[in-house]
Design a protein around this ligand. Structure first.
Ligand code: COA
Length: 166
């Protein structure tokens, strides 16, 4: 069974490569490159203590980039999760979310938040299956509440939250 460990700054290059590879099938190389820009080194320089990688042998098969809010003592945030397409549908992301949430709750956090794009039906289904609720936005797409221009013009997002307890 692949082992879960804390991420480290030395994982950064590998994770960028994972994003470009794992998303390469469904996107153009340029789109995959744009996606990897969601993973600047700073996340591993300053948030590796709350981020996780799943390793099989020496190979990274999944990861979760997350952190605890600096502006309050209650929220934890999952910025990015990725699972090797060969391992999807086997409970890997559930394992990562559960480990992150358990640790966050132990550290006194009471809520996990995350966002995704309205077009990412898989991610929306995943978060619902994980017990997240959708925050009310300003319009609906396919029955899902959406925040228009959430991350800037044309960058609509679906926002999730879930209460956690130790
Ligand atoms: C979304 C993603 C992280 C799910 O990872 P995964 O390891 O396949 O998910 P799991 O096997 O742990 O699934 C957990 C639950 O979510 C559900 N789920 C996961 N992906 C789903 C999908 N595409 N459609 C419907 N349900 C899905 C599973 O059925 C499961 O439900 P259950 O436990 O009630 O049976 C993975 O598909 C992925 O890496 N996608 C691309 C990246 C992405 O979109 N990331 C999120 C936004 S940053």
């Amino acid at each position: 069974m692949p082992a879960l460990r804390q991420a480290g700054v030395s994982d950064h290059g590998t994770l960028v490569g994972c994003v470009q590879r794992w998303w390469g099938d469904s996107r153009t190389p340029e789109q995959a490159r744009e996606l990897s820009l969601l993973l600047p080194r700073l996340f591993l320089q300053f948030f590796s203590g709350t981020s996780l990688v799943l390793e099989e042998g020496a190979e990274i098969r999944a990861f979760l980039i997350g952190f605890y809010a600096a502006d309050n003592g209650t929220e934890a945030y999952i910025h990015f999760v990725g699972v090797d397409p060969e391992l999807r549908g086997q409970g890997v992301a559930r394992r990562l979310y559960t480990a992150f949430s358990r640790r966050a709750a132990e550290e006194g956090r009471t809520e996990v938040r995350a966002i995704t794009s309205p077009t990412n039906a898989g991610s929306i289904a995943f978060h619902r299956a994980m017990g997240f609720s959708v925050e009310s936005g300003d319009r609906e797409i396919d029955g899902v509440s959406v925040h228009t221009d959430y991350d800037g013009p044309g960058q609509d997002r679906v926002c999730f939250r879930k209460g956690i307890a130790p």
